[in-house]
Design a protein around this ligand. Structure first.
Ligand SMILES: Nc1nc2c(ncn2[C@@H]2O[C@H](COP(=O)(O)OP(=O)(O)OP(=O)(O)O)[C@@H](O)[C@H]2O)c(=O)[nH]1
Length: 729
């Protein structure tokens, strides 16, 4: 029977303070320390600094703490669970990006990923999720990835060295707010010599530090075991990824953005059937980052433009944190990953449907079976069967294909051929053969490599290595012995006059290959030299203007245009407003498509700091001289542009003021001079009208008949007589 059941409360023992043992000793120790503190307070001189260096260090430390305290605090506006941490895996082609993501996913989730497609979300800890994204190897993909990266893993092929892709990505990241960056060296198993490996590691590390910062993290993946990176190395890397703290970037925190991990076309099939090119409705799914997104706001989809948002809905978290996930039953496993594009995941609850995902490798497609069968048949494959199968597989008819195709009259990339020829040139001049290119950067140089503090001299070297084009990034400060020797040999042949700092950039064989004379002014421009080749390549990619190819330079046309404008005789035949159109070839602000504000239109703006320009419009305001403007209006009138009488006397009904017209006032002053002017103008006008009539009589389709001309003449005479009467008064 339990004692509580008796209903009588047992008396509890009072606590007795221990007088001996560990606790008592501890208590005693505390007391002694207190005495010491007291002693320190009693005799402060005894505890003063004895070393000046130590004092300085302590002072600077306290100053640093104080400064940090004074910094503007960063507001954390996130509500609830934070969205997954975006890890962008970037590197040149075939460096091992997909393999690294697969290994990391395996480490976190114990799942084998067959294909890396789209963002992959995994739970990396009790309160942390990570979203892996493979960065495409093209510039546009890099720009998109840099915008959302919280951590960038820069993969570098250790056996080859740095490639231009890495530097391009670093540069792009600098523009979009630099996230955390970690380097990962791969392909290190291709080194046979341990000493060489050590030297290369050291060299690449210092090069990496010079580019990012002293002490930046660089991981080494020493090789593959069963086609995967070693568990230990992946484990270490995963731990670093799990503990890294993202840098809060103010711009990102103030703007809502979303990395879509799934999208669906929800356009009704009927409207698609009626018009294949109809406006589609797309639903995008993803974790919202930054701040809240409002309905009706415009969203920019990278690479597609601006669109209006018709609605935002919050859905259940597809990859909840272990703490937040509610188990529905014992059979419910914790979902530790979410990768709909890669075919990972099971059940998916949507706004209006539930999806069951089955991994691609578990699904038996009849198509795949056919392919396998045809593969098995090998060379003895029946041609007829293959032909029929290809016909069955045809997606578009010939007409549709013809509709989509275009005929290329002129080469779209005229510089591409030259680029290729330059590449071969580079290959020859460098003397690298495809077999040796993987190990050409190694040497037995024992000198210590010192990272430079300022701009690093960088040049691009295009090579063909293992059957593919690679853009090696070579820098003067971090070159090894082999490269130095070869480089100096080549340079001795061709460039003898180069200075220490500039010889590498001068001797560089960039991919644009135009033999451009690079600036050799000072070391500060060194970092931007490689970007020139980037610009040249972009320009080369730009399609040629058909107009320019047929009619020559546009500048000549412009000259002609301006010449035509000068001739006053022909002005008369230009329809009203047409001249203006020709002049304003550039679109004005009114023409800008409000829907797509992502397009940048070059609009000619006037320089309003110019005094003369300001004076020229002064009279257009209420405070200006309106009498002049009215005169101007009349002149225009007299030139045959309009019939309305603008000027004249009028009385301001509000103030009761009577305004006299300029003409009337001037008539009172100097009537003779004005009369002469008027006559001259009238003469000119008649002359022009006569010319116009002559022109009209020559062409049948003219709008102005002879009768109209007569009417015009009569009208002008009447006006003249009116004016005369006016002056006579
Ligand atoms: N020997 C060796 N091979 C590696 C290493 N890392 C990757 N590979 C191999 O390199 C090849 C390319 O790997 P991927 O992961 O497909 O490279 P990737 O960067 O995703 O390639 P792309 O997506 O085409 O840009 C694979 O066959 C890998 O097995 C490494 O450290 N050592």
């Amino acid at each position: 029977m339990a004692p509580g059941d008796t209903g009588v409360e047992q008396p509890r023992k009072a606590h007795r303070v221990a007088k001996s043992g560990a606790k008592a000793r501890k208590r005693k120790g505390k007391g002694a320390a207190g005495d010491d503190e007291g002693g320190e307070r009693k005799n402060p001189k005894a505890f003063a600094f004895r070393s000046a260096t130590k004092a300085k260090r302590l002072q600077s430390r306290s100053a640093e703490i104080e400064q940090r305290r004074l910094h503007v605090p960063i507001m954390d506006r996130s509500i609830g669970e934070p969205p997954p941490f975006v890890v962008v895996v970037q590197g040149p082609p075939q460096v091992g990006k997909s393999l690294l993501i697969k290994c990391l996913v395996k480490h976190y989730t114990k799942q084998n990923l067959s294909d890396v497609r789209g963002p992959i979300t995994v739970v990396s800890g009790k309160s942390r999720r990570v979203q892996f994204l493979e960065c495409p190897s093209d510039i546009n993909g890099m720009i998109d990835a840099a915008k959302i990266a919280d951590l960038a893993l820069l993969l570098i092929d250790g056996s080859y060295g740095f490639e231009m892709d890495t530097f391009e990505f670093l540069n792009i990241m600098q523009v979009h707010g630099f996230p955390k960056v970690m380097g990962v060296l791969t392909h290190l198993d291709q080194f046979k010599d341990v000493k060489k490996l050590r030297k290369t590691k050291q060299r690449l590390k210092h090069r990496f530090w010079a580019e990012i910062k002293e002490g930046a993290k660089l991981f080494y993946l020493s090789g593959l075991i069963h086609g995967k990176y070693t568990k230990r190395e992946v484990h270490n890397l995963a731990r670093f990824i799990s503990v890294i703290k993202p840098i809060p970037l103010s711009w990102r925190m103030a703007h809502p953005y979303l990395l879509a991990d799934r999208f669906e076309d929800v356009t009704s099939s009927e409207s698609v059937r009626l018009n294949r090119k109809c406006d589609r409705k797309i639903t995008l799914y993803g974790y919202l980052r930054g701040c809240n997104m409002k309905r009706g706001t415009k969203v920019h989809i990278t690479g597609a433009g601006d669109f209006s948002l018709s609605g935002v809905t919050s859905l259940a978290d597809p990859c909840p944190l272990p703490s937040a996930a509610k188990k529905r039953g014992l059979r419910d496993k914790e979902k530790l990953f979410y990768a709909p594009m890669s075919g990972l995941g099971d059940l998916l609850y949507d706004k209006d449907a539930v999806y069951i995902n089955i991994n691609d490798h578990l699904v038996q497609f009849s198509n795949t079976d056919d392919n396998n069968a045809s593969k098995k048949q090998g060379k003895g494959n029946d041609v007829g069967v293959a032909l029929v199968k290809t016909l069955q597989n045809t997606k578009y008819s010939l007409d549709e294909k013809l509709d989509q195709s275009f005929i290329n009259f002129f080469g779209r990339r005229p510089a591409a051929q030259s680029e290729d020829s330059d590449m071969t040139g580079t290959l020859e001049s460098n003397g690298h053969s495809s077999s040796e290119c993987s190990s050409d950067s190694e040497g037995d140089n024992d000198d210590d490599i010192q990272p430079s503090d300022h701009g690093v001299d960088l040049r691009e070297e295009v090579e063909f290595c293992n059957g593919r084009m690679r853009r090696k990034a070579v820098s003067a400060n971090f070159q090894d012995v082999d490269d130095d020797d070869e480089g100096s040999d080549n340079e001795d042949d061709s460039h003898n006059e180069d200075s220490d700092d500039d010889h590498l950039s001068e001797g560089s064989l960039s991919s644009d290959g135009s033999g451009e004379a690079l600036d050799s002014d000072d070391g500060t421009e060194n970092t931007s030299k490689w970007k020139k080749s980037l610009l040249a390549r972009t320009l080369a990619r730009r399609s040629a203007s058909l107009m320019q190819l047929v009619y020559g330079q546009a500048s000549a046309e412009l000259d002609n245009d301006s010449g035509e404008e000068g001739s006053s005789d022909e002005e008369i035949f230009v329809p009203k407003g047409q001249k203006k159109q020709v002049k304003n070839e550039l679109p004005s602000f009114d023409d800008i498509d409000a829907e797509d504000c992502s397009k940048f239109l070059k609009v000619e703006l006037r320089d309003w700091s110019n005094e003369d320009l300001i004076k020229s419009i002064r009279d257009r305001f209420v405070t200006g001289d309106w009498s002049k403007a009215s005169l101007r209006g009349r002149e225009v009138d007299e030139n045959g542009e309009g019939d309305e009488e603008i000027d004249g006397d009028f009385e301001d009904l509000e103030t009761g003021e009577v305004h006299k017209s300029q003409a009337a006032e001037s008539a009172a002053g100097k009537p003779g001079v004005h009369k002469e002017d008027e006559l001259k103008v009238e003469e000119l006008r008649l002359k022009k009208l006569a010319l116009k009539a002559k022109f009209d009589s020559e062409y049948d389709g003219s709008d102005l008949s002879g009768e109209e001309v007569d009417n015009e003449k009569k009208k002008s005479k009447r006006e003249q007589s009116d004016a005369g009467g006016y002056f006579d008064n």
